[in-house]
Design a protein around this ligand. Structure first.
Ligand SMILES: NC(=O)C1=CN([C@@H]2O[C@H](COP(=O)(O)OP(=O)(O)OC[C@H]3O[C@@H](n4cnc5c(N)ncnc54)[C@H](OP(=O)(O)O)[C@@H]3O)[C@@H](O)[C@H]2O)C=CC1
Ligand SMILES: O=C(CO)COP(=O)(O)O
Length: 335
């Protein structure tokens, strides 16, 4: 039986561990708190993050990284993006030589502006073909309830993508593969920012026209940005782009959407952060994404307005996502 390790026992790490176990692997899950590891192994529950979900027998958890990584044939990473580098520095000598390393995360590192697969490559010093990323319309709780879902596994090496997709496919979770790591990864990062914008207008009380305008123009921003970084535009029209954008913008389960709604209701950024007890990656990614956009000459008016609302310099009611930042009196073209 294939033995795989998942690092990070939050809502997504635990759900993905269940996906892998239900796909036939024996899964070890690293929880940094021993009491959570005990609950998962003994009660088959993770009541902090996945209330009401029974976890499979083939999944056990530990707070001991040696035990979790020993003999792992694949390693999946699901910690908050801003903590990935420090965690990799702790585990890099424990990850078995040559095995696929898979990012389940949807963020960009502040300061360096690196994608998660780039941070992995830097810290492990490994061949990029050993790295894969998983991204798609994947709200954890729905998948933990075994609702049918699809996702994308991207790697520069088709054998790595196929090995990961095979391990992560089961009766309710289907993986497609591609080799567009940049597009797949940025799709997951960028839809979080558009979901924050949707939450903001929801909180303000605006309706479906405003939200449809944001989703449609948001997809243009996502595609322009990702293509400027080397992605294929089709990837942004696929599961990891449009698919994830729809899921995240429509669902109250989305933490990015929820954070935006609180901002739209008038809470200050600091209060929103205090209220969120789960990871909302968009709040950390907005800065580095705008820096990358400026460096590549990409206009992102919606994301720029989200940053202003977070900074408290734009009243949420003044968000005007259908406008471009172009001051010229001519109407903007729809491209
Ligand atoms: N939830 C979802 O639906 C999906 C999430 N993702 C992505 O998965 C990644 C993980 O998110 P998710 O599981 O949802 O987040 P959660 O907030 O649910 O869980 C975060 C997990 O990371 C741990 N953690 C927090 N800080 C650190 C740290 N400094 N070092 C190590 N571990 C830490 C937490 O441990 P503790 O409990 O001890 O604080 C917890 O296990 C994110 O990039 C997210 O975008 C992708 C697809 C779906
Ligand atoms: O990535 C996700 C769904 O695909 C989860 O979104 P949130 O992080 O906003 O909850």
């Amino acid at each position: 039986m294939r033995r795989v390790a998942v690092l990070g026992a939050g809502s997504w790490g635990t759900t993905f561990a269940k996906v892998l176990a239900d796909g036939g692997s024996e899964v070890t899950l690293w929880a940094r708190r021993p009491e959570l590891a005990r609950e998962i192994s003994q009660s088959r529950r993770n009541s902090d993050y996945l209330r009401g979900i029974n976890l499979p027998r083939r999944l056990w958890a530990s707070s001991n990284l040696h035990d979790v990584l020993d003999d792992a044939e694949q390693v999946y990473l699901s910690v908050p993006s801003q903590s990935l580098r420090e965690n990799l520095r702790i585990v890099r000598d424990l990850i078995p030589e040559g095995v696929p390393v898979v990012s389940l995360m949807k963020g960009v590192e502040k300061g360096t502006r690196y994608r998660m697969s780039e941070v992995i490559q830097q810290e492990l010093g490994c061949d990029p073909g050993r790295i894969a990323v998983v991204s798609g319309p994947n709200l954890a709780l729905e998948i933990a309830k075994e609702q049918p879902t699809a996702s994308v596994v991207a790697s520069e090496d088709p054998d790595t993508a196929a090995a990961v997709a095979t391990a992560a496919t089961n009766a309710y979770f289907r993986c497609f593969i591609n080799n567009d790591v940049i597009g797949t990864e940025f799709g997951g990062v960028l839809k979080n920012l558009i979901a924050v914008a949707i939450g903001i207008v929801d909180g303000v009380g605006y309706g479906e026209n405003t939200k449809a305008s944001i989703i449609t123009r948001g997809l243009v921003e996502m595609t322009d940005f990702a293509v400027a970084h080397g992605a294929r535009p089709e990837t942004l029209s696929g599961l990891a782009g449009l698919g994830d954008l729809i899921a995240t913008c429509e669902s109250p389960l989305s933490r990015n959407n929820t954070a935006g709604r609180l901002l739209g209701q008038g809470y200050a950024f600091a209060d929103v952060v205090k209220q969120m007890n789960q990871t909302a990656e968009g709040l950390s990614s907005v800065g580095p994404v705008l820096e990358l956009a400026a460096a590549h000459g990409v206009e992102m008016p919606i994301v720029a307005q989200v940053a202003e609302v977070l900074a408290g310099t734009l009243d949420p009611r003044d968000i005007a996502p259908h406008l471009t930042t172009d001051d010229s009196p001519a109407p903007p073209t729809e491209e």
